[in-house]
Design a binder for this molecule. Structure first.
Ligand code: BES
Ligand code: ZN
Length: 439
């Protein structure tokens, strides 16, 4: 006879699924549509248990680099199995919840606009041993712009960071498909507009419309003076998520990711206040719809690739306020570019000598840097904590500024790093107009 406890354990996931399904019914779209995803093998097991009719379209062994030990820059080569599937989109929210519960991690899936795109992602990721073939010109990682950087650094102010992490969580949530999420995007576009003086004809704010959902991404572009066709991208997601209905759920997302948007906002403000004019074009992008499969950044990176835009580097800021370890800045080594990561570590030792750097990995495509990386762009992801010690209140009503003690100091480190990165890559040495950068 089956022991009741065993039976209970066997039935628990099922009961949970039923309860979740009932709770989610209100949030489900009236008509379901096919969705194409890539996800890791362990998440596939969860999905198949929930939706046995999931169609597996293909799989790939993906080479990833991860630190041999925390804080160590020495990496080991590992492989991960990534699977492409087609599944009805009504299951996506429950998939996130179940992965979270069963695998004790956040653990998303990456959403693709078509079956072809999901398969192309598998193909690109399995293409080369270490990382996808780099697209865009290789920058010189020489550090030679202290004269531009040093006057800008003292202009950075922690109080401005607090203003952003207070303002964005004031929206009920910033879901990609809620009226609040739309309003938050509009608010940010307006906020960024106020930072650009009328005299700066080289700078503008654009909202980027997406076909599949109402929340827009927001972009500030500062045109380069001498090499405008080459660009540096700094980004972070503006959306937030927590369980519940589309309109009713409370998702403050102060750390995840008002913090990253706060840093971008402050870098833009300081560049304008300091009269900085980059040689390469800078693009600051607040992505819509990250929390539902990196959708906003996926569309945007695909557009950049389609236009063959010359992107020399991408930095992602997602969660920078909560200090989980004594180490200050954590560079994530998976779905990122090793050479650019090494450049960031050098920037820290040159310009931010008091800060320590550690290395960690998510183990899956956990934020928008992966949208760029899988399309061949050089991306990096400096993060608040190691993957063992990040803020566990994310995706809940408790992701409020109190979770980081209302203290902007951790965010300030990442803001400095973003400024230094943007100016070092954005400024070419005098007289280099039209010439190729040294490699
Ligand atoms: N900020 C998180 C990613 C994250 C969490 C990075 C913890 C490092 C430590 C991001 O907003 C997120 O929630 N991502 C999803 C995956 C995405 C593809 C939907 C996740 O981790 O589940
Ligand atoms: Zn998140």
């Amino acid at each position: 006879m089956t022991h009741p406890l065993v039976l209970q354990r066997l039935l628990r996931p099922l009961a949970l699924a039923v309860a979740l399904a009932a709770g989610l019914a209100a949030a489900l779209p009236a008509r379901a549509a096919p969705a194409w995803l890539t996800l890791s093998a362990d998440a596939l097991v969860v999905l198949q248990r929930m939706v046995p009719q999931t169609q597996v379209l293909g799989q790939a062994e993906v080479a990833v680099a991860r630190p041999l030990a925390p804080r160590s820059a020495a990496l080991e080569a590992a492989t991960e199995t990534i699977v492409a599937v087609e599944v009805d989109d009504q299951w996506l929210e429950m998939l996130s919840l179940m992965v979270h519960r069963e695998l004790q991690r956040c653990g998303g899936y990456v959403f693709h606009a078509s079956r072809a795109e999901a398969l192309a992602t598998l193909h690109r990721l399995s293409g080369s041993p270490a990382e996808p073939t780099a697209v865009g010109p290789a920058p010189s990682y020489a550090i030679d712009n202290a004269t531009q950087i040093l006057p800008l650094m003292p202009l950075l102010q922690a109080s401005h960071l607090m203003a952003t992490v207070d303002s964005l969580p004031a929206f009920q949530n910033r879901r990609y498909n809620s009226t609040h999420g739309v309003a938050a995007s509009d608010w940010l576009a307006e906020r960024w507009r106020t930072l650009i003086p009328a005299t700066r004809r080289d700078a503008r704010v654009v909202q980027i419309t997406h076909a599949g959902w109402p929340q827009k991404s927001v972009m500030v572009e500062i045109l380069g003076t001498t090499r405008a066709d080459e660009m540096v991208v700094l980004g972070g997601h503006l959306d937030s998520i927590a369980p519940g209905t589309i309109e009713g759920s409370r998702a403050p997302g102060a750390d995840d990711n008002a913090s990253g948007i706060a840093s971008l906002t402050e870098v833009i403000r300081v560049m304008m206040a300091g009269g900085y004019r980059p040689s390469r074009t800078l693009r600051f992008i607040a992505y819509a719809a990250e929390e539902v499969g990196l959708r906003g950044s996926g569309e945007i990176a695909a557009d950049f690739l389609g236009r063959a835009d010359k992107v020399v580097g991408v930095m992602q800021l997602d969660m920078t306020a909560f200090q989980g370890d004594s180490t200050d800045i954590w560079l994530y080594t998976d779905y990122t570019n090793a050479a650019q990561n090494a450049f960031l570590a050098t920037l820290v030792s040159r310009y931010l000598p008091g800060y320590t750097v550690g290395y960690s990995a998510c183990g899956y495509a956990c934020s928008d840097h992966a949208s760029w990386h899988t399309r061949g762009f050089r991306a990096s992801f400096p993060h608040e904590a190691s993957n063992a010690n990040y803020n566990r209140a994310i995706h809940t009503v408790d992701d409020v500024t109190a979770i980081f003690g209302n203290d902007p100091q951790h965010m300030l480190k990442f803001t400095k790093l973003a400024l230094v990165y943007a100016v070092e890559l954005g400024t070419l040495p005098r007289g280099s107009r039209g010439a190729l950068a040294a490699r």
